[in-house]
Design a protein around this ligand. Sequence first.
Ligand code: BG6
Length: 473
Amino acid sequence: MQRFKEDFLWGGALAANQSEGAYLKDGKGPSIIDILPVGAPRKRGLKDPLQALEQTYDYYPSHQSIDFYHHYKEDIKLLAELGIKCLRTSISWPRIFPNGDELEPNEAGLQFYDAVFDECLNYKIELIVTINHFDTPLYLATEYGGWQSKQLVGFYKRYCETIFKRYQGKVNYWITFNEINMILRNPFLAGGLIDTEKGERQNHIFQAAHHQLLASAEATKVAKEIDPNMQIGCMLAAGSVYSYTCNPKDVQAAIERTREQYFFIDVQVNGTYPYFAQRYFEQHDIQLSISKEDADLLAKHTVDFVAFSYYTSRLETSDSELRKNLIEGNAMASVRNPYLKDAGWGRQIDPLGFRITINEIYQRYQLPLFVVENGLGAEDEFVEGQIHDYYRIDYFSQHIKQMAEAVKDGVELIGYTTWGCIDLISAGTGEMKKRYGFIYVDLDNEGKGSRKRYKKDSFSWYQKVIATNGADV
Ligand code: BG6
């Protein structure tokens, strides 16, 4: 039996907000991520963005980042040498509409992506583009209250029309929102919400998510009108939720966590809120304003594929004592799993969980899947121009083997893009030392370094994986 189909899209993933830098360059406006510093104050800022807005920090990692804006030719050349068949990246919304609510786009911003996409296409690298990856224009957050305002649906629609028309024929795969369920844990980064600590937190989050779902449906509608061949995907931060024990109370707790994970994807795939939504809203005192037009829009414009990130599985319990001691996960806290190895930064490594997760998503949706993030954030040692990252090779080797098992199970997978194929700024901590790439960038947590690129040992390893279509892992 064939493991990966001939046109399987092996690749790497980046996001504008974590790689481009070039803050306010060529007409770009500030985005929500641009007010966040590095380390512990960043965590405070994510929880309380109003306080971050009022402060001035010495260093903002997104302002220069790895400066992909000026290094894109060199970086894409290296990625082409790596052999990638596709690149997942994102467009910075405030580079195109600096405040977000303008009527006309910023031509210089559009030209930058013309150049990046053309460069990729010259190397026959297929593009997968995320429309909104943690960088809603800051102005929309401060002046409109972020995605809580329904007006953002219209602004996002205009942004989509602009980029779909401009990059028609160049970009075939679009992802409407990065990790849409992240809004439940990180309402500022994912939804531009700045006052969710006060009062009706849950209500605001779900109303904002509802607006994103409308925006996603609008994007699908507009894309199909412009070019029916465009493939529109939704995306979730995935990771199966295991029950801590066989105690039915634990199983129920795990089911409830699982429902939260799929809540919004259920809408994007099925066109309607899931059967358990009503009870969930009642229990959490959530009153959504959903009009008949909203319901029709959601029903008519569902997605073509389901994309997801996978870093680890999660573990849930009904025991309130155990729940006091959670590990951070990928912003989704979890009980520590005693069967898994720790990977640092509150994550555990679960390759078999990858196969389990892929199957779980496919069973639920029966749509083509795209793994658009997977990887190991680790501290690399740079010795005389070399980086021996055997731990990263081990991580990927184990995960790709499990992905192959999922394909053998019968899952339809479009492709696989590893997160941060070039080292970039961590979204959660703002650090550089939490590195994911096959390509090392000489830059530290304080923004010091030459930004020179170096190939790690994992570079030639992944090159071989791609060249053999996953046979040599
Ligand atoms: C995902 C995000 O949640 O995880 C990325 O889509 C992020 O933007 C990635 O970078 C890894 O998380 P972190 O916090 O290590 O950067």
